[in-house]
Design a protein around this ligand. Structure first.
Ligand code: URA
Length: 241
């Protein structure tokens, strides 16, 4: 009898593993229509999935763009679109262009380490960039390019509607806060600014690629990360993953 129960429970465990117990055990309805990998854990509305898909298609149909012409893949986002923490980098590099995902190269590895130091990871944050195609030779996107992609970025932020917006480096800072600020002065300060129709708490810090070149600046990035951790707790943001 005991053996029978044991076999049954092992079978059950195997079954749940097979069909992804994380999804099975939450009591939110599953969305089975996601063509992309947006729907981490089945939490997202079909409307939001469709809106993100539409935005991605709109960006992908941009015309006469030097960035798109030279790129292999669009780099739209990674992470959990239901997250209340959104991270914005500058633009894809070679690895990102190849894989179609932001922050998968060396800077991405450092970003993952930075995030994990405050218990964040790609299941509980959402990541995108100022521009969605790799600038040739990894150059900084021009002012004109940034302006062209800004409405897409604002729409993206509106769709995610984060409580915390974390800007990595001067390109993201200048694109969203303004050209009169410099990263060395603006980092580590909370800014209140409406982005489109949403009102996230915004903080900036050094870009991981810069930190790889200037490791002595990591201590400042650590201060900024601790501020984010504190804000997560103040805002009672629930982290999954
Ligand atoms: N640097 C960025 O700003 N974004 C990426 O996606 C990768 C590197």
């Amino acid at each position: 009898m005991k053996n029978k129960i044991l076999i049954k429970s092992n079978k059950k465990k195997f079954y749940h593993k097979l069909i992804n117990n994380g999804i099975t055990y939450n009591n939110k309805p599953l969305n089975r229509y996601s063509k992309n990998n947006y729907n981490v854990g089945g939490y997202m509305s079909e409307k939001k999935i469709a809106q993100l898909d539409t935005l991605k298609k709109q960006i992908n149909s941009i015309k006469n763009c030097e960035l798109k012409k030279n790129a292999t893949n669009i780099v739209f986002s990674d992470g959990n679109p239901s997250s209340k923490i959104m991270i914005i980098g500058e633009g894809p590099g070679a690895n990102e262009d190849k894989e179609g995902k932001p922050f998968v190269g060396r800077a991405g590895k450092l970003l993952d380490k930075m995030l994990s130091s405050i218990k964040l990871n790609r299941n509980n944050v959402y990541i995108s960039n100022v521009v969605n195609f790799r600038p040739p030779m990894n150059r900084r996107p021009t002012e004109e390019e940034i302006k062209r992609y800004l409405p897409f970025l604002i729409k993206h932020i509106e769709l995610i509607n984060p409580k915390i917006l974390f800007l990595l480096g001067s390109t993201a800072l200048n694109a969203l806060i303004g050209n009169e600020v410099v990263i060395s002065k603006a980092r580590g300060k909370w800014v209140n600014k409406k982005i489109g129709v949403v009102n996230p708490e915004i903080i900036s810090s050094f870009h991981p690629a810069f930190l790889m070149r200037q490791p002595d600046q990591k201590k400042y990035a650590w201060e900024d990360l601790k501020m984010i951790k504190k804000k997560i707790s103040e805002l009672k943001i629930k982290l999954n993953g």
